[in-house]
Design a protein around this ligand. Structure first.
Ligand code: ADP
Length: 646
């Protein structure tokens, strides 16, 4: 078999030396040479730039003071990778060292030039150059792989990964075209193709990836190292095999090129890359699954009306839902994140419960009193990996209801029993003979009074039950202005007793003496005004001021009963119209009541198609303003029954 042809460029300005060298080259039998001669520095540089030669021989001494060493440096700067051997007329070791340091592959003393030495030098240099080229390529590939891995680590979404990987691989590894194919419902689909505008036809690209997807093994066409015919697309395709137990094939990564044949090293690099891509994909899928779980959990937590707090193993608050945030004040809720709840800020009962749950590692339940007078039923569930989930359920209302009921039973039994014992006592006295006729009259008056008190209480209860039964009470067209005037007049003595000012202010939106017509049950309408004005007198301290005023609007009338008493705390306001509810404070303890008055007001107003509400800052002196609204009517409207109303 013919040895491969070695193309040599000899740079020497001396023709004789060239002829001599030509003869020596001819003597070498083991190799075939094509020797070209460059006589000048510039001609040599031009030929080196063309990169047609496998090896260069550069004479040290060239014309015009320029040396072979200068030429060597310039050739290397131009990117010449073929070996350069220096030739010199004098055997100078310093020159030898300088040449090798500058990048020469070898150094030959012309006086020693003979066939065997030349043959050996050429073989050695070419071999070395080959190794260097391979090493350089490997280095480049390693650096590219590193660079790509760095890029891959940055991806957090599969969509971005798929969209960008082909372009990244193409740019970093210098392939003409890179395609990414993905398994979609057992079909191999081209996901992304990076390449020049003029791409090989799809029919040419798809064949090999399909084969790789089916077999799960890398394939190249034409085979590695073989350069096919010009314009034939060379393809190297590697599978993206997952690490999961079933070694799922996610898809195929393929490089396509018409210029070059793929080598074994391309396969190594592409397979390593495919592994990195699959790792990244599986990491992202895990990340996406966690993200999805997190989003679902966040949505659930957002929707939960109860406060939920999550603590880590160190007892630091890691997460809280909006209801949890409102548990703390907004600013504090945010600053508490990442920290443990500070003790001594009203959180101590919860902190104790958390410690108890942590020690037992069992689901722990309890009740805590929050700083804003609210009571929460707490459930603490330990998390396996450490930490706790705390769910708080606001039971203030139920607690209040329970308390109010107990209080009511106590009041009822007390209020019913005390008049009963008075009645029984006075009845005994009446029976005794020693009682004078005047005394008897007095005792009978006491008995009557006690019976009246009992009667009132029982009536209140019955009234409330009645209203709630939605009885069909007759409605008539009533003048609200008149009702308010009557009630304010009737309650004037009570207010005077406490030296209070009770005034009916001129209505807004109508003349003072004009009627304000509403469809109502007159006695119930009186009851509403009486309860609200009565409460204002009852709860406002002596010398206080109470005003009543109607605001006539287009469709409705709004009545305001305003006092400058103790006010009602905002936390109690949602419950104020509930049956038996009474605000728990010193004042209400001193004032007798059953917690039924406002419940009656609410039931009546709502049955009349109106609304009742309270406005109060909850501060003593700033008072309370109860407001109720009713629809307006015209005087000529025919009376109806309450059941038919609304
Ligand atoms: P009660 O029989 O206790 O007066 P109500 O249903 O009429 O029952 O009122 C419920 C509670 O609302 C009262 O116990 C009191 O604490 C509070 N309240 C009602 N009106 C006023 C007011 N004008 N000022 C302050 N507190 C009031």
């Amino acid at each position: 078999m013919n040895p491969a042809l070695i193309r040599v460029l000899l740079v020497d300005d001396d023709r004789e030396d060239y002829v001599l060298a030509e003869e020596v080259f001819a003597e070498i039998e083991t190799s075939r040479f094509e020797l070209e001669w460059a006589k000048t520095y510039d001609a040599a540089l031009n030929l080196i730039g063309q990169r047609r030669h496998d090896i260069y021989f550069l004479d040290y001494q060239l014309h015009a003071g320029r040396t072979g060493l200068d030429l060597l440096r310039e050739a290397l700067a131009l990117g010449c990778t073929a070996p350069c051997v220096m030739l010199t007329g004098n055997n100078d070791p310093a020159l030898d060292t300088a040449a090798l340091q500058a990048g020469a592959a070898d150094y030959i003393y012309k006086g020693h030039l003979e066939a065997r030495l030349l043959d050996r030098t050429i073989r050695y240099c070419l071999e070395r150059s080959q190794i260097l080229t391979t090493l350089r390529r490997r280095n480049h590939e390693l650096a590219s792989l590193n660079q790509l891995t760095g890029h891959l680590n940055l991806f957090t979404h599969s969509v971005e990964l798929f969209a960008q990987v082909p372009q990244l691989v193409r740019k970093t590894l210098g392939y003409e075209c890179v395609s990414l194919w993905l398994d979609q419902d057992n079909e191999l689909v081209l996901r992304e193709l990076a390449g020049p505008k003029e791409r090989p036809p799809m029919t040419m690209l798809v064949a090999l990836p399909r084969q790789v997807w089916k077999t799960g093994r890398t394939a190249a066409s034409p085979p590695l190292g073989y350069k096919g015919s010009i314009k034939e697309v060379a393809t190297l395709a590697v599978p993206l095999v997952g690490k999961t137990p079933h070694q799922r094939i996610y898809g195929v990564l393929a490089a396509h090129d018409v210029q070059r044949a793929f080598q074994e090293s391309d396969q190594v690099v592409l397979e390593a890359l495919a592994m990195q891509i699959t790792n990244t994909l599986e990491r992202i899928q895990l990340f996406e699954a966690v993200e999805q779980d997190k989003r679902q959990l966040a949505a659930v937590l957002r929707g939960v009306a109860d406060p939920v707090l999550v603590f880590n193993a160190e007892g630091q608050l890691q997460m809280l839902n909006p209801a949890g945030e409102s548990l703390f004040n907004a600013r504090q809720g945010k600053t508490l994140l990442g920290r443990a709840l500070p003790s001594g800020n009203g959180y101590d009962p919860l902190l104790h419960l958390l410690i108890k749950a942590q020690q037992s590692q069992l689901i722990t339940q309890g009740e805590v009193q929050w700083s804003n007078d609210r009571t929460f039923a707490v459930q603490i569930t330990p998390i396996n990996a450490g930490g706790q989930v705390v769910v708080l359920n606001d039971v203030t209302y139920f607690k209040e209801l329970e308390r109010a009921k107990n209080e009511f039973i106590a009041i009822i039994s007390h209020d019913l029993r005390s008049p009963l014992s008075s009645i029984s006592g006075f009845a005994d006295l009446l029976r005794s003979r020693s009682t004078s006729p005047e005394g008897s009259q007095e005792y009978l008056a006491f008995i009557k009074q006690s019976i009246q008190r009992m009667d009132e209480m029982i009536n209140s209860l019955l009234e409330l039950t009645q209203i709630n039964l939605q009885g069909t009470l007759t409605l008539e067209t009533c003048d609200l202005n008149l009702v308010l005037t009557e009630i304010v007049y009737a309650l004037q003595p009570q207010a005077l007793n406490k030296e209070q000012t009770l005034a009916l202010l001129d209505p807004v939106g109508s003349a003072p003496r004009d009627s304000i017509w509403v469809q109502a049950n007159l006695s119930q309408l009186r009851r509403v005004a009486q309860n609200l004005v009565g409460n204002a007198i009852k709860y406002t301290p002596e010398q206080g001021t109470i005003t009543v005023q109607a605001l006539v609007q287009a469709q409705q009338v709004e009545v305001q009963i305003k006092d400058n008493g103790p006010g009602i705390p905002p936390s109690a306001q949602p419950f104020i119209f509930d049956r038996f509810y009474r605000v728990k404070n010193k004042l209400t303890k001193q004032v007798t009541g059953s917690g039924l008055g406002l419940a009656i007001v609410k039931a009546i107003v709502e049955q009349h198609g109106g609304r009742v509400w309270v406005e109060s800052a909850g501060q003593a002196g700033l008072g309370t303003c109860f407001k109720f609204s009713l629809p307006l009517t015209s005087p000529e409207l025919v009376p109806t029954a309450l059941g038919e109303h609304t």
